[in-house]
Design a protein around this ligand. Sequence first.
Ligand code: IPM
Ligand code: MN
Length: 359
Amino acid sequence: MNYNIAIIPGDGIGPEVTAQAQKALDAIADMFDHHFTYTPALMGACAIDATGNPLPEETIDICEAADAILFGAIGHPKYDNDPNAKVRPELGLLRLRKSLGLFCNIRPVKAYDQLIERSPLKKDRIVGTDISIYRELTGGIYFGEKHLSDDGQVASDGCSYSVEEISRIAHLAFKEALSRKRKLTLVDKANVLETSRLWRKTVTEIAKEYPDVELDFLFVDNAAMQMILNPKQFDVILTENLFGDIISDEASVIGGSIGLLASASIGTDNALFEPIHGSFPQATGKDIANPLASILSAALLLRHLNLHKEAALVEKAVEKSLELGFTTEDLNAENPFGTSKVGDFIADFIMNPEDPNRN
Ligand code: IPM
Ligand code: MN
């Protein structure tokens, strides 16, 4: 089969890690007789440099025409500390999510046995952790009305949610829970926020359609604490945009490195796959960035295309690299491998999964 994949390498380490994910996809194409046609597209600081626009129109067209989108990372330090910057790289990603309607961001978090010793958290607390975070991605405070008073003394960001925005992701989260441990935790701040109260009401109503799923609620401050104290209590977490952004970075500590967390952003007609990490500017061009989150994002992309055997093989290759310590310095300070060496290892494993000479 032929699949059209839009590739948005983005900024910082984005191009390096995405190139490794592409190696993995090429190896899959070889092994399973698929054909992937890649169309590169610009977004972020590199797009501002080239066109003045963090999300050129052409990029949207390429993404709309693709079967799936693989994205690297976004952001450049020259914009981070400049409160007067007129355009920001991140705006490209936010606009893309909005214009493609990618409302459901799924972030799987698991404690790999091979890395259990690397997490700063106590081993017995995290062994067996397996969480699927469902983060709403196109609403809430990220997209509310922004305002800065003329004298620059007062700023505001509005936060709103509609029942429809809550319902569509809630149904997906309940369905996911049905195929897992049948537990759904809604994370909100319903003791303070009106939007959170609407989330609770709407999700409680929808829960009646899923009697086999146990639903519970947690305020986000408590959830942040529980994530570290007892992450094994979670199965599927459902939450709004900003809370999901924050608790998923927190949850990455369980896995031992943020360089391992992949994500899928799903809409009605499109889907985009990206690591949850940022553009890591200090590491750009040094061949030290961990490509595994991007490679695991490619595995999620394969699953989205219904290529489950293929996705499982990519995931197996990643587990093997963790087992053998064939990893970058964030996971292997003693004997680190470069970004592209890790990518080569993964591609090689995919092509020769049973190679007896691999040690
Ligand atoms: C993420 C990122 C983005 C977000 C930024 C780059 C806009 O942190 O995907 O988690 O906040 O959603
Ligand atoms: Mn984030």
